[in-house]
Structure formats: C-alpha cells, structure tokens
Design a protein around this ligand. Structure first.
Ligand code: ADP
Ligand code: MG
Length: 250
C-alpha cells in the first residue's frame, strides 16, 4: 500500500530524512514515532507527494507517487500537523469544498458528513467561520474533511494534538475500525500509549533514520524483558548507548 525506498530529504546541508525503507500493508495501522525534528512530517509530505524527495522513491497503492499525480492523490488523504484551513470559510463551506474536490456524490457526502460531525460533536459550529475556531475544533474539521471520502490510505500527522478526551477516543475507535475494513493508516503521534494501543506496527526514527521497526512485541523482545514502549523510545532517541537492536526492512 505504502512503500518508501531509500527515501531521503535534504534541506540545504541538512539531511532531514536519511535513506528510509519501509512498507505498510493494506489493512495496517502504522505508527511513525520520533522526537521533535526527527523527520516525521518531512517523511509524510514525501509519501503524500507534497514534497519532492532528494533521493529515493515512493509507491502508494502500487503506483509511483509524484508531485503531480493528482489521480493517485485523490485516493488518499492527509491531516497535517497544523490544520491551515482557510479562515474565511465556515465549517460548512470547508466540507462542501472538500466534497467537491473529491467529487463525492450527494448521498454519500450527506451520510458520511453526518456520521463524522456527530462523532466529533461539531454540528453546532459548522456555521461559524474557521478563523473563530479553537485549535481543537480546526483539528476536528481537518480530520472530518480527510475521512469523509473514505480514502484507502490516510496519513495523519499528530492528529490527537488539541483534541479533547472524548474526541480522542472516538478517533481511536474510528481508525481501529477503519483499518479492519481494509484501509491503511499511517500515523505520527507523541502519545506513546496511543501507538501501543492501536498500532499494528511501530517505527521509531531519530535524526531522520529508522532506529526500530516492528510490532510492539517484537520491539519489546529486542529491548529485553519488562521494557515499555516509552523505555524503548527514550533509549533509542536520546543518543545514549542503545541496547535495542536496530532493525529496518530490506
Ligand atoms: P518532525 O515532524 O519529526 O518534528 P520535521 O520533518 O518537521 O520533523 O523536521 C525534520 C528536520 O528538518 C528538522 O531539523 C527541521 O528543522 C528540518 N526542516 C523541516 N522543514 C524544513 C524546511 N522547509 N526547510 C529547512 N529545514 C526544514
Ligand atoms: Mg512534525
């Protein structure tokens, strides 16, 4: 579903993402973890075809991803880390706009929208201009917009930041169900308990490189008895002596 081969991004002299190799299967919920500045958002933007890799390539749904592959982009979706939704639109106008981009038919739009708006309890705020929304409300609107057309592959960059506990739980349940239906989710988060709870596989990156990749059980096995994901994460990302065997896919 998602394959990155030797994916690399350089910003001037700085290499933000170094030679990433990974593949995410259909129906998998993949958590991509790493401290601030480790290259998570840069990776996602390359996978999504929003940013040109300096080296390496990406395949999504078996097709090569390029900046101008609009047809392929229509099948996937993205929740950015900062939901920059045009402030002069109301929530309603934004969702109508998204539905038109994805050429959703009226009936599907009506139903999906109602389901998601109720889930996040955003119904009362849809007539309000987005510039008056709180961060959490923007986040909800971005998530609704991204899920509405039921993309086969969805990328979410720290989607739980700013969401209230109930919405977080709803989102968690929705994503768990969503992958069960055969869709694919690529998620970044700093909430390790969330990754522990819902991810099928976890990848930990540090300074643009993969430090560990596997199921939670596999990561624990490599790290030794009794270690939590937090122990493993901190060991791999603080530059200390690392006791977890590094692992990348070939
Ligand atoms: P993360 O999402 O894991 O916090 P990012 O992918 O945003 O990390 O950033 C990875 C590194 O690349 C950081 O050192 C960041 O400063 C740098 N970086 C990100 N975007 C740019 C950019 N547009 N120009 C220059 N450097 C950037
Ligand atoms: Mg980021």
């Amino acid at each position: 579903m998602i394959t990155a081969s030797n994916l690399t991004k350089k910003y001037g002299e700085k290499t933000a993402v170094k030679n990433i190799n990974l593949s995410v299967k259909k129906g998998e919920l993949f958590a991509y973890l790493g401290p601030n500045g480790s290259g998570k958002s840069t990776t996602i933007k390359m996978l999504m075809g929003l940013l040109e890799p300096s080296d390496g390539s990406v395949e999504i749904l078996g097709e090569p991803m390029h900046l101008n592959n609009t047809e392929l982009k229509r099948k996937i979706s993205f929740v950015p880390d900062t939901p920059d939704i045009i402030g002069k639109l109301t929530g309603n106008e934004y969702l109508n706009f998204v539905a038109s981009i994805y050429k959703m038919d009226k009936e599907t739009y009506k139903n999906k929208r109602e389901e998601l708006v109720n889930m996040f309890e955003l119904g009362n705020d849809l007539g309000v201009l987005v510039e008056e929304y709180s961060h959490g409300m923007r986040q909800k609107l971005a998530v609704i917009g991204a899920l509405m057309h039921s993309p086969e592959v969805i990328f979410l960059d720290e989607p739980n930041v700013g969401l209230d506990p109930k919405s977080n739980r709803e989102l968690k349940n929705y994503l768990t169900d969503y992958v069960r239906q055969g869709n694919t989710v690529f998620l970044t988060t700093h909430t390790l308990s969330l990754a522990e709870e819902i991810a099928d596989r976890i990848c930990i990156i540090y300074q643009g490189e993969i430090k560990a990749l596997g199921t939670l059980a596999e990561l624990r096995e490599q790290a030794g008895v009794g270690r939590t994901l937090e122990d493993i994460f901190l060991a791999l990302t603080d530059g200390e002596d690392v006791h977890v065997q590094e692992h990348t896919e070939s």
